[in-house]
Design a binder for this molecule. Structure first.
Ligand SMILES: Nc1nc2c(ncn2[C@@H]2O[C@H](COP(=O)(O)OP(=O)(O)O)[C@@H](O)[C@H]2O)c(=O)[nH]1
Ligand SMILES: [Mg+2]
Length: 376
């Protein structure tokens, strides 16, 4: 890890450890211990696991404690939220998982076609068992917020349409399976053989191995914001963006956008009788979209300007900290947060995080592809 970033990570969190028992940061709520036990028990019965991870953090979003058990099963890793991940780096990750002989498929749980592809891989891997077992169990596991339930819902939708095509009146059985705890819901997605897919509650490990993993999980939304604090998460994000030099690329991006706007407005000058007709099909949210786009442009320009004019060294902890301090101020303006607002920093952090998490600042992958050939 770069030294400036390392310093920010350390300083931001101080000496607080991410552990189950105590310290200021406790992200292992009691219910997760019980849930982990229930998942371990079910895993014994599973014919296949779909391990859902967040594409933006393909390694940091693993549950290390479950890895030995997961690795021993038929497993497909679904790298979800691919719409938020940088596709170029995603290719490298796919190659990495390939080199580890681990089936892995990037998906977006909201896109039926990608979920369909995942199901094809699942069915292929189950082929030999399908011929001899009347009932098969597929478990969906992963840390919180990676999109397990969204995936299950899409699988369910696909299953419903399959059943409908077969003309069966009794469609997929929805709801808890007999003997399955309420927290683990199951859906039937096929018959002959019957295939059940089980959703599970997201569980983290009792102790997060290192602070940066914790910050990445927070950034991706697997840990509640209140646990680490929005400002700390935002500072970490700013540190990552600056050390990567990302805002320097935003200039070109926004130049192109501006060219687009200029081009459009020139076009408008041409007289077209159609322009006189009231535009009935204009969606009502256009102004919202424009508002957010402008906000993003302002944020990116502010970030670009501060970094381009910065004459310190982002690898130096103190320099980086000064830069981030300065950026908090310009971001407040860009994000239109009143100068005197109480808790302005918190508001800046929250808004900035929202832009990042919704992909408005671009696509990112925060984990570095390992050089060794070990999957964890
Ligand atoms: N952008 C994006 N968001 C997703 C995707 N899949 C799930 N989400 C969102 O991620 C959040 C958590 O999803 P959920 O299914 O509840 O996660 P779970 O805790 O693993 O069950 C929700 O806001 C989903 O809408 C995806 O492929 N792309
Ligand atoms: Mg869920």
């Amino acid at each position: 890890m770069r030294s400036g970033l390392k310093g920010i990570v350390k300083k931001g969190i101080g000496e607080m450890g991410f552990n189950a028992g105590g310290g200021a940061i406790n992200w292992f709520p009691g219910h997760m211990a019980a849930a982990t036990r229930a998942i371990r028990d079910r895993l014994k019965l599973a014919d296949l696991v779909i391990e859902v991870r967040d594409s933006r953090i393909p390694l940091s979003s693993t549950n290390e404690d479950l890895q030995p058990q997961l690795a021993a099963k038929r497993r497909v890793i679904a790298l979800n939220k691919k719409d938020l991940a940088n596709p170029n780096i995603m290719h490298k990750w796919i190659r990495y998982f390939d080199s580890c002989k681990q089936d892995c498929i990037p998906i977006s749980a909201h896109s039926k076609s990608s979920v369909q592809k995942l199901l094809e891989v699942v069915e292929f891997k189950l082929k030999e068992v399908i011929s001899r077992e009347p009932t098969l169990l597929v478990m969906v596991v992963g840390v919180p917020n990676v999109g397990k339930s969204a995936l299950i819902n899409s699988i369910h939708q696909i299953a419903l349409s399959r059943f409908a095509v077969q003309g069966k009146k009794k469609r997929a059985t929805v709801g808890p399976l007999p003997g399955v705890t309420q927290d683990i819901a199951g859906y039937k997605i096929a018959h002959k053989p019957s295939i059940y897919v089980l959703d599970t509650p997201g569980v983290l490990v009792p102790s997060i191995p290192d602070i940066e993993t914790g910050l990445k999980l927070s950034l991706a939304g697997s840990v509640k914001d209140s646990v680490v604090g929005e400002e700390r998460i935002a500072r970490y994000l700013l540190a990552v963006l600056n050390t990567r030099g990302t805002p320097l690329h935003w200039k070109h991006w926004n130049n192109r956008k501006m060219d687009g706007i200029r081009y459009e407005s020139e076009e408008k000058h041409k007289y077209d009788p159609k322009d006189l007709r009231p535009n009935m099909r204009k969606p009502p949210s256009v102004s919202d979209v424009v508002y957010v786009e402008n906000l993003v442009t302002e944020v990116q320009c502010a970030m670009y300007k501060t970094l381009a004019e910065f004459n310190g060294n982002v690898e130096d902890e103190n320099d980086l900290e000064n830069l981030i301090e300065q950026q908090f101020e310009v971001l407040q303006k860009a994000l239109k947060i009143p100068h005197k607002a109480s808790e302005a920093r918190l508001m800046v952090s929250k808004k900035f995080l929202t832009l990042f998490r919704t992909g408005k600042l671009g696509c990112f992958i925060l984990d570095d592809v390992p050089e060794t050939n070990t999957v964890s």
